[in-house]
Design a protein around this ligand. Structure first.
Ligand code: ADP
Length: 164
């Protein structure tokens, strides 16, 4: 499956930075599999079903985008599905170091799967799921940083603090 890429991550929750990578990825690949890495030992703000729902809401009725959850090694999941390409986004130098390590480890595990990277857009270089959660938890506005349905779910999860 050469025209398919897998875009793995935590997506807790999906942000406009992630959406941008998927949209631009679709200029290169026919299909993108957005794959939520499920780690039972890692506490997340949104459970698997909520994270799947939020990604589906971000790409309504687009048959080119598939959303899945996987456990275990990404390369094993790719092999099971016959997927050869991993798509990742790069924001800053700090991302580069981690992504370089991850891609090198994956190549060490298998030569059947390779990684490609897309640079973040100007509007999204500072956007991360963790920072977005922190801003909302402290009553800040994340309009335009996450898809609107995600913003609503964040507000429901972290109601604004009373003004003092
Ligand atoms: P992880 O928990 O594995 O870091 P994330 O869900 O945070 O996964 O991100 C998945 C991928 O999307 C990673 O390659 C990450 O660098 C990339 N990414 C996250 N936010 C942005 C952004 N604002 N712009 C571009 N790429 C991003």
């Amino acid at each position: 499956m050469r025209n398919v890429a897998i875009y793995p991550g935590s997506f807790d929750p999906i942000t406009c930075g992630h959406v941008d990578i998927v949209q631009r990825g679709l200029n290169v690949f026919d299909r993108i599999v957005v794959a939520i890495a499920v780690n039972p030992r890692k506490q997340t703000t949104f459970d698997d079903d909520e994270r799947v729902a939020m990604i589906c809401e971000a790409f309504p009725d687009d048959p080119r985008v598939e959303v899945v959850c996987f456990t275990g090694l990404l390369v094993d999941y790719c092999r099971r599905r016959g997927i050869k390409t991993v798509l990742r986004g790069l924001r800053a130098l700090s991302d580069f170091e981690f992504e370089f390590q991850l891609a090198s480890m994956n190549r060490r595990l298998t030569d059947e799967v390779d990684s490609i990277f897309m640079m973040t857009s100007d509007e999204h270089f500072f956007v991360s799921s963790s920072l977005v959660r922190e801003v909302v938890q402290n009553g800040g506005d994340v309009t335009g940083l996450v898809p609107e349905p995600v913003r609503r779910r964040l507000l429901a999860r972290f109601p604004p603090p009373p003004v003092t």
